[in-house]
Write a protein of this length. Sequence first.
Length: 328
Amino acid sequence: MELAVSYSYFPIPSSNTYFVGSVFEQSFFCIPSSYTSLLIEALLSDRLITLNTAQQLHSIEVTKDYCTLIDYVAFFPDPTSSILENISCFFNAPKTVFSIIQMYSNVSLVALLSFITLKEQNKVKSNSYIVLEYFHQYDTRLLLKIIELLERAGFNIVILFSSIDTTARQFISYSDAVYVGLDTVKLSSIMKRELNMSPSQKLQLGYKYTKFGQSIKVTWRKKERKVRPVPFPAEPVDYLEVVFGEKAPAVREQLEFLILEKDSSPLMNFLNALQNSFPREYLEIFTKLVNYGYLELVKTVGGGYIVMPSLKLIRVFSGRHDKYHLSK
């Protein structure tokens, strides 16, 4: 990891440099599902979910290799499902377009793991530089985890600070090099002290200083004006297809019957109907329908259980978010 200090500029260490600040209206999001736990941490850090909800989400198995936020809607039960539906409109940018949506700054950090997806798809080079503008809304522990994962994947990370504060000093201690901005003349004495330079040494603006005492001239570019995020609805997605793949039509048929014909069903009746369509997999499919929040199990006065459609399932069939809807 490296660090840069500048209020108005960002360094361009190589021809393959991506600057990530609040300069685009939306951000791209498609991460390897192996990092789902970090998305849950980000939702918690952005105060979108409670600790209890986060603990429940950690137990959910996500079976798709790469996930957009809309894909996660398919796997997460409410209230998280509804939350992700609402914020996904800020994470629909084209590939390689990344921005920090400051209302959801930690989710925006997790979106940077999409670089790993793009690398695995040969869409970006692994030795690229990612210059990330620092904002105080970041969860520092989450940020360090994401930096470590990106560096393991072969990316070079530069954290850009607008000034030297306590957090910047902490990051300098982690950094292999420091980029001195073109507009940091007023910070020269502080910068020299942080770089352990003697008073007689001259600090050159626009240079990169390594821990080994080397200084290298670097190209800089003026930061673009910050823009306000603009929501853009995601394309309709068949959530059941995301979860069940080719089995989705048969699963949908059972759920349609439950909603249209009965609104609820004794547990054994529903399981028997599901077993007729999936003799070997009906229990696995039923478990997913419950765990992912499509069905609710309600205990009756007599001690048995009935199966009821959840609000999430009703939304799925309403036609608002799903490319399929109930046939009339």
